[in-house]
Every structure is written in structure tokens, then in C-alpha cells.
Design a protein. Structure first.
Length: 282
């Protein structure tokens, strides 16, 4: 799998997310199977957060990875904004490590911006890195203005990545945030790359352009949506799945490489932005 380099790390272009996983005992076996199927198929990157299932997703992921060589995996977790200051971040990190059953995170992210000054969060992240608790740190749901402010604080340039929502039906980051990160060689980790659900998800899967492109590559519409996100050269996709069959479909999407002509066709149904559009969250 193609890798991107950032902050001394090599991260694969696709991993698996855990949002909404670890919330049901009834679903646990299927979710464990899904995560482990990903590992067996070559997935090494996993994203989670202390918020997801009130720690349940971290516990589930910890169970899933236990039989495997931790050194060959990349684990990303996120800290709540209200825990991202000196009074709480060190304990939050320890709690995440305990739930995951590991002694370090590959990347620790500020989940979204809160009242804690960015400079304080960055100082704490750098301390965690010096302690060996994390290998790198980054942010999530920060827009271009926030990234400018982050870059200006001491050690702010050490940010490894920005994790934001991005998919064919939500292309706002293409106007300014994506070029900002590309200029700095910073990956954008994209959550909900297939859209979360509801009418928009149905509209994407039912699009004539998506279906035509899927036919061209003998692929599914889901695979075309994922290939669209990976068309950008600095994106990492982290789709979520609690189904082993769906994970197989996601991994198989890596065989699809869209062309500029494909993107032009998809853009007729879902145009690129022509003005500043603030970040979508869900």
C-alpha cells in the first residue's frame, strides 16, 4: 500500500475508523472480526478516540489488535477539547493507552478546537512525545484559519496531520484547506469518506456518474467513493465498518485509480467548491 511520510512517520493511504464501534456487546464479535479481517488483508492504520463509545471503541480496538505485532500497526486516538490542557491531557492519554492495551500512540489528535489555547495543547503534546507516550501529534476538525494560528505557535509546525470530513458530496476542503496542507506536505486524514448515511449517502450511491464510473472499473459505488477521496495525493481515508464483508470491499477498492476524466464526470453531479466553505462535521 502507498505510504505518506509525516513527522517522522510513514502512514498508509487507507486505514479503518472506529466511530460508533464498541457500543454494543451484541455486536462485539462481528466488529472484532471486521477489524481483524482488515489486519489480515494488510490494513495497519486504525483511528479511534476517547469520545467514541465513552472509551468503548478504544477497548474494542485493543482487543482486536492484541494477537498482532503492535510495532507493525499505526494507532491514532483523539483527546476531547476540554481534556487538551495541562490539567487533564496526560491522564487522558494514559487512559487511552490503558484501554488500547499499548504503551504508545503513533499519533494523538486534538479532536476539535475548544477553550484551551492551542499553544498549551502543543506544549503538552510535545511533552507526551518526549515521554515516549506518543510518536507524533496532530489535530482534527481545524479549518484553514485555525491551522494558520497553530502554525504560528511554538512547535506548531510539528503537526503531523489534520483529520477532517471529506467525501464526494462534501468537497469544501478542496478550496483552501487541502491546498494549504499540500503546500506543507501535510496529510489530510479523511473521516466519513463514504458519507455517514441518510439522503446524502443514498444520493451518492445512486448517482448516475458514480454508477457509470463503477461500471468502468467493475467496482461497486462504495469503492468509487473511496477512490475519489484517494485521488488527492495527500489524503488518507479511514472508513468505518463493523462488517468483515464490507472491510473486504473497502480493501479491494485500492485496485481502483481514478483518472482526471473520471473526476470530471463525478464533478458534474457533485461540483468542486468555487468559494470558501466551512468544514462539515458530520
Amino acid at each position: 500500500m502507498e505510504m505518506l511520510q509525516t513527522a517522522g512517520l510513514k502512514l498508509p493511504r487507507m486505514g479503518l475508523g472506529t466511530w460508533y464501534l464498541g457500543e454494543s456487546v451484541r455486536k462485539e464479535n462481528a466488529e472484532l472480526e471486521a477489524l481483524r479481517t482488515g489486519i489480515e488483508l494488510g490494513i495497519t492504520l486504525f483511528d479511534t478516540a476517547e469520545m467514541y463509545g465513552d472509551g468503548g471503541a478504544e477497548r474494542l480496538l485493543g482487543k482486536a489488535i492484541k494477537p498482532y505485532d503492535r510495532s507493525k500497526l499505526q494507532i491514532v486516538s483523539k483527546v476531547y477539547p476540554h481534556n487538551a490542557g495541562r490539567n487533564h491531557i496526560f491522564q487522558s492519554c494514559e487512559n487511552s493507552l490503558r484501554r488500547l492495551g499499548t504503551d504508545y500512540l503513533d499519533v494523538y489528535l486534538l479532536h476539535w478546537r475548544g477553550s484551551v489555547p492551542l499553544a498549551e495543547t502543543v506544549d503538552c503534546m510535545e511533552e507526551l512525545k518526549a515521554q515516549g507516550k506518543i510518536r507524533a501529534w496532530g489535530v482534527s476538525n481545524l479549518d484553514t484559519d485555525d491551522m494558520d494560528e497553530l502554525e504560528a505557535v511554538r512547535n506548531g509546525g510539528n503537526c503531523a496531520l489534520d483529520q477532517v470530513l471529506y467525501h464526494l458530496g462534501s468537497r469544501g476542503i478542496e478550496y483552501d484547506l487541502l491546498p494549504w496542507t499540500q503546500q506543507r506536505g501535510m496529510p489530510v486524514m479523511t473521516y466519513c469518506p463514504l458519507a455517514q448515511g441518510g439522503r446524502l449517502r443514498r444520493g451518492l450511491l445512486g448517482s448516475s456518474a458514480v454508477k457509470k464510473t463503477a461500471g468502468k472499473y467493475q467496482a461497486t459505488p462504495i469503492q468509487i467513493l473511496l477512490a475519489f477521496v484517494l485521488y488527492q495525493d495527500n489524503t488518507i481515508a479511514i472508513p468505518r465498518s463493523g462488517s468483515a464483508a464490507h472491510v473486504r470491499e473497502l480493501v479491494d477498492s485500492l485496485r481502483v485509480t481514478l483518472t482526471a476524466e473520471d473526476i470530471a464526470l463525478l464533478s458534474k453531479d457533485f461540483p468542486a467548491p468555487t468559494r470558501k466553505t466551512y468544514l462539515d462535521i458530520v
